[in-house]
Design a binder for this molecule. Structure first.
Ligand code: ADP
Ligand code: MG
Ligand code: ZN
Length: 413
């Protein structure tokens, strides 16, 4: 076996492992099955690519998106690694190259869509060729409780058996307990080693307040961040327009963004936010996916986010450059009541409702956290930490307003 650190330097050209990577790489090299939970951008791909290169044999990677597969294959080939993909967008030449390289045992990392693996003749061919490691990327797609559910992912447990119960690593950025449970029991026969890493973003200051005078609370927060770039999330299209107006009147460069706007207007506002300094984007959750602006200095929520995952994603858009960034989330008992009603009145299955209820309770528990807010947030994702010193509760202690009892009444209603 080749030294993993040497491969990290010589093949990938990275000076060091990121948090969590080395332990996962070593567990894979020790032959263990692994479930790795790390946020987007944390470097999950390396956790199966590097072990592949440290030993012999073929790694089969399941990935749901053709565009992602192509990017990864291109990156690997750029590093001089024989890689390819099996998907419906391949032309004849590409297919031939892949088949030849697998047959000659030159192929090291082969990507395939789950649809492709649902085909028994493909898995039989792969079983005959010999697969050494199965990597299941975006593994939360097996879970019915997420928005990315893919029925073909549910069959991957079977694929794994057809490949001779091959060693498996599953990777995802979605860490909630229900999803993790689904991944475990659908993909694995025995419990894999679980690794959860990298959810902490220590440069983000966390704060949550119950709404008392939300406009005053919000303006007070924004006043500390004059001339900085930031995002304010609102719960409705109307609310974004109204708030953008009143901020403009108060002298901010504030722009609305929501899915009801004309495509050109939306694109224009987004460009201004990305290119100029000191713009406040007042947006619904439609804003943010794929936005990579490193110097967003604050994110505020004018209302309770949809879930802890959504909260984490949304505040995570601040401070990508690693410099200090500030967040404030306002929540009201009305928000919680409404959320609860939406769950009860939806026509989702009982089991789905149970999961949604749990998720809402977890978010409320974060709002009402008695101690360090970051500890509560990270505990939800499965990470344990010391009190952070960079959240409202560490800094100010417990807030004077005690919404706990009232909130509990609503939740148990
Ligand atoms: P994820 O799948 O967790 O979202 P990726 O595997 O796509 O993340 O990696 C995100 C980026 O981080 C990639 O550009 C990758 O090359 C880079 N990266 C991964 N590991 C390291 C490392 N140890 N040092 C520097 N960059 C890294
Ligand atoms: Mg990835
Ligand atoms: Zn704290």
């Amino acid at each position: 076996m080749i030294d993993p650190v040497k491969i990290l330097h010589d093949v990938f050209g990275f000076p060091s492992f990121r948090e969590g990577q080395e332990e996962i790489v070593r567990a894979v090299l020790a032959g263990e099955d692994v479930l790795a939970v790390m946020p987007t951008g944390a470097g999950k791909s390396l956790c199966f690519q590097l072990p592949t290169l440290a030993r012999e044999g073929l790694t089969l990677v399941v990935s749901p998106l053709i565009a992602l597969m192509r990017d990864q294959v291109a990156a690997l080939r750029h590093f001089g690694i024989e890689a390819g993909s099996l998907n419906s967008a391949n032309d004849q030449d590409e297919n031939r190259r892949v088949v030849d390289a697998v047959r000659d045992r030159r192929m090291r990392i082969l990507y395939a869509s789950p649809e492709r693996l649902a085909n028994t003749s493909t898995t039989e061919w792969l079983a005959r060729s010999g697969v050494n490691l199965l990597a299941i990327d975006e593994a939360h797609c097996v879970s019915q409780w997420g928005h990315d559910f893919r029925p073909e992912y549910a069959m991957l447990g079977e694929v794994r058996q057809r490949l001779g119960n091959v060693q498996t690593i599953a990777l995802t950025a979605t860490a909630d307990v229900a999803t993790r449970g689904d991944i475990m029991h659908r993909l694995f026969e025995e419990e894999p080693r679980l690794f959860i890493h990298g959810f902490d973003r220590p440069n983000l200051r966390l704060a949550m307040q119950s709404k008392e005078n939300s406009k005053r609370q919000l303006f007070g927060f924004l006043d500390k961040h004059r001339h900085e770039s930031g995002i304010v999330y609102c719960s409705s299209r109307d609310a974004t327009e109204r708030l953008a107006d009143s901020l403009s009147q108060a002298g901010y460069r504030a722009l609305p963004y929501h899915a009801g706007m004309h495509q050109q207007d939306r694109a224009k506002n987004q460009d201004i936010f990305l290119q100029e300094d000191g713009v406040v984007m007042v947006a619904t959750v439609a804003f943010g996916m794929g936005i990579d602006k490193p110097d967003v200095r604050f994110v505020a929520h004018a209302a309770l986010p949809k879930s802890i995952e959504a909260y984490y994603q949304e505040i995570g858009r601040a401070g990508r450059d690693g410099a200090p960034a500030d967040t404030l989330t306002l929540y009201g008992l009305d928000d919680m009541r409404l959320r609860r009603l939406q769950i009860e009145e939806s026509d989702a299955a009982d089991e789905q409702k149970r999961v949604e209820r749990q998720r809402l309770n977890a978010l409320v528990a974060l709002c009402e956290a008695p101690r360090c807010r970051r500890q509560t947030l990270l505990a939800y994702f499965g990470e344990t930490t010391e009190p952070c010193g960079n959240c409202d509760l560490c800094i100010d202690g417990v807030m004077s307003f005690d919404g706990t009892i009232e909130a509990q009444k609503i939740l148990s209603a």
